[in-house]
Design a protein. Structure first.
Length: 54
C-alpha cells in the first residue's frame, strides 16, 4: 500500500498506511476510531482522484 500511495503522489496520507500495516503485518486489532479515520481518508482520496466522468 505504501508503494502505491507513493506512486500516486499521496505520501501526505500516511495514516491509512500506518493503520493498514498494523492490521496486515502486526496482526493487531484497530479501534473503532482508527477504522473510521481509515475509511474517511480512503473515501477522500476516492472522491478527489477517481470520481471523474470518463
Amino acid at each position: 500500500m505504501k508503494e502505491w500511495f507513493e506512486r500516486m503522489g499521496w505520501e501526505q496520507e500516511i495514516q491509512p498506511i500506518i493503520t493498514y500495516d498494523k492490521v496486515r503485518y502486526g496482526s493487531l486489532t484497530i479501534s473503532e476510531e482508527e477504522s473510521r479515520q481509515f475509511l474517511e481518508t480512503l473515501n477522500k482520496i476516492k472522491i478527489n482522484n477517481f470520481n471523474k466522468n470518463v
